[in-house]
Design a protein around this ligand. Structure first.
Ligand code: GLY
Ligand code: MN
Ligand code: MN
Length: 472
C-alpha cells in the first residue's frame, strides 16, 4: 500500500472538522452552548420520471461527517463535544430495488463520529439537547437546509445566518487527510490527462478526447468529474469555459488539423476535486506560434509558483503573471510600448482576462476566497482569491493567454489602447486559440508543494501527443 493509500484507509477527520468549526463560531462571538445541525442532500427524482437525479453530497454536511449518504442528518453537540450521524432506516419498499441500506454498525465503523442513529430519532435528540441545556442552547443551521419535519423550536435561538460562512472559512486550511484526497484526485487526473493526450493521436473529434479522459478517471477509481471537462481545439480554446466538446479536430474546409487542444478537466475523488489544464499539439508538434505562446504561459506559471508560501499576497502573484505576459508578448511583437505603461493601462488583460487561480477543495472554486467581482480595476475583477494565502490552503495556478476576438476587439477599437497592439503580428496568432496551464498547489509555511503531476514540459507533451509515444 502506498503512503497515500494508507492515509486514505483511515477515517475522514470529521470530528476534528466539527471542533474547528465550533472554535470558529466561538471566535466569532458565539458561545459554546448549542448544536451544529446539518442535513445531507436529499434523494431527488427527475421531473416526470421515477429515476433519481445525479447525486452530489452537500459540502457542509460532508465536511463534518465524511458521510456520502443522501437523506441523512448530523448533530454536533458543542458543549459535550458529541457528534451524531443519523442515517436512513430500512425502507421495505425500497429493498427490492436498491438492496439493504447501510447499517448503524457499518456507519460507526466507517465514519469519524461518536454515535450513529436512525433518522426518525433526530427530533427526539434535538429536543433532549435543547431541554438539557437550561434553555440556553443555540441551534446553528443553514438557511434552506432545514427539512419541514425537523423541530428546532426548543432552542433559545436558531441561527441560520452564520454557519455556512463559518464552515466555508474553516475549509480554506486543509489537514493532512484532505491534502491526501486532493493528491489522489490529482494522481487519477494525471493518468486521465495522459490518456486524453494519447487519444488525440487517433481522435477526429473533441468528443473522443473527453471520453478518454472520463474513462481513465472511472477506471482509476473516480466516478465523478469535479466539473464538466473542457476539451477545446484551435480557437475554441479562446473561450475560457468552452463546453461544446464536439468539434472536429481538423478544419472542415482545409482538412488541416488545428494547431492544439486545450483540456481543462479534473476528477472528483471522495468529494475532493482536481482542476488541471493542459495544452498539447495535434499531430505531435506545436506550430511556431503555439509553441511561443505556450512558452510564455509556462514561464508565467513557473515564476508565480516559485513565489508561493504562507502569507504571500495573492494580488502580488497575479500581477507578476501579468508582468511576465507583457514581457513575453512584447518580445513576440504583439504588444508595443514601455512595459510599465502596458501594465498601468491594463493592456495584458486583453490576453489574460481571468484571475490567476482560486482555492480548491470540495468545490472546484472553493470557499473562502473573498473575491471582489465589483472591483473596477479590470486586472482584479475576476480574481477569485483576495489577500494573503494561509499555510494549508490549496490554490490553482492557472495563467493563460487567449486570442479571443470578442475580448481583444474593444482594445483594438479604442483610441487609447489600440496603439499598444500590433495587429499585423497579432494576425498570425488567432489560430492558437488559447493556452492555459493549470496546477494545484498546496501552500506551506516555507514554500509550496505542487500536487499536480500531469506532464507539462514542452517536449514531454509533444512526445505524448505524437505516435512516437511509448508512455504507459
Ligand atoms: N476548471 C475551471 C477553472 O479552472 O476555474
Ligand atoms: Mn481552475
Ligand atoms: Mn480548470
Amino acid at each position: 500500500m502506498t503512503t497515500l493509500d494508507s492515509i486514505l484507509a483511515g477515517k475522514y477527520p470529521a470530528k476534528a472538522h466539527a471542533r474547528r468549526v465550533a472554535e470558529r463560531l466561538q471566535a466569532s462571538g458565539y458561545g459554546r452552548r448549542g448544536v451544529i445541525y446539518l442535513e445531507a442532500q436529499k434523494t431527488r427524482l427527475i421531473e416526470d420520471n421515477d429515476e433519481a437525479m445525479p447525486f452530489r453530497q452537500r459540502r457542509p454536511f460532508f465536511y463534518l461527517s465524511g458521510c456520502p449518504l443522501p437523506d441523512s442528518y448530523l448533530i454536533y453537540n458543542i458543549g459535550s463535544d458529541e457528534l451524531t450521524l443519523f442515517i436512513p432506516p430500512i425502507d421495505p419498499e425500497n429493498v427490492i430495488w436498491s438492496g439493504l441500506p447501510m447499517s448503524v454498525a457499518e456507519a460507526l465503523r466507517l465514519y469519524d463520529v461518536d454515535n450513529v442513529m436512525l433518522t426518525p430519532e433526530v427530533n427526539a435528540t434535538l429536543a433532549s439537547i435543547a431541554s438539557g441545556d437550561g434553555g440556553k442552547a443555540v441551534a446553528f443551521a443553514i438557511t434552506g437546509q432545514i427539512s419541514e419535519e425537523i423541530k428546532l423550536q426548543g432552542f433559545f435561538e436558531t441561527n441560520t445566518s452564520i454557519l455556512n460562512g463559518v464552515i466555508g472559512d474553516t475549509r480554506v486550511v486543509k489537514d493532512g487527510y484532505e491534502i491526501a484526497l486532493l493528491r489522489k484526485a490529482n494522481d487519477i487526473s494525471a493518468k486521465a490527462h495522459i490518456a486524453a493526450i494519447k487519444a488525440s493521436q487517433t481522435a477526429v473529434n473533441e468528443r473522443e478526447i473527453e471520453a478518454a479522459f472520463i474513462a481513465a478517471c472511472i477506471a482509476n477509481g473516480a466516478r465523478d468529474q469535479a466539473y464538466h471537462p473542457i476539451v477545446a481545439c484551435g480557437q475554441n480554446g479562446a473561450t475560457l469555459h468552452y463546453g461544446g466538446n464536439d468539434a472536429d479536430l481538423a478544419d472542415p474546409v482545409t482538412k488541416q488539423k488545428k494547431p492544439s487542444v486545450l483540456i481543462d478537466a479534473g476528477a472528483e475523488y471522495r468529494t475532493y476535486c482536481a482542476d488541471i489544464t493542459r495544452v498539447f499539439p495535434l499531430g505531435g508538434k506545436f506550430t511556431l506560434e503555439a509553441r511561443q505562446v505556450y512558452q510564455i504561459v509556462l514561464q508565467m506559471q513557473m515564476e508565480t509558483i516559485a513565489m508561493l508560501k504562507e502569507g504571500v499576497q495573492w494580488e502580488d502573484v497575479h500581477t507578476h503573471a501579468h508582468r511576465v505576459a507583457i514581457q513575453g508578448l512584447r518580445k513576440l511583437g504583439i504588444l508595443r510600448g514601455p512595459e510599465d505603461e502596458l501594465f498601468d493601462k491594463r493592456i495584458s488583460v486583453a490576453f489574460f482576462p481571468h484571475g490567476l487561480g482560486h482555492y480548491l477543495g470540495m468545490d472546484t472554486h472553493d470557499t473562502g476566497g473573498n473575491p471582489n467581482y465589483g472591483d473596477n480595476d479590470s486586472m482584479f475583477k475576476y480574481l477569485r482569491v483576495r489577500g494573503c494565502l494561509p499555510a494549508g490552503s490549496v490554490i490553482t495556478v492557472e495563467p493563460g493567454i487567449y486570442f479571443c476576438r470578442f475580448i481583444i476587439k474593444p482594445f483594438l477599437e479604442s483610441h487609447e489602447t489600440s496603439k499598444y497592439i500590433d495587429t499585423e503580428v497579432l494576425e498570425r496568432y488567432w489560430n492558437v486559440g488559447g493556452v492555459r496551464i493549470e496546477d494545484n498547489v498546496h501552500i506551506t509555511k516555507h514554500g509550496y508543494e505542487n500536487l499536480t503531476t500531469a506532464p507539462k514540459a514542452f517536449e514531454e507533451v509533444e512526445v505524448l501527443a505524437s505516435s512516437r509515444s511509448t508512455h504507459a
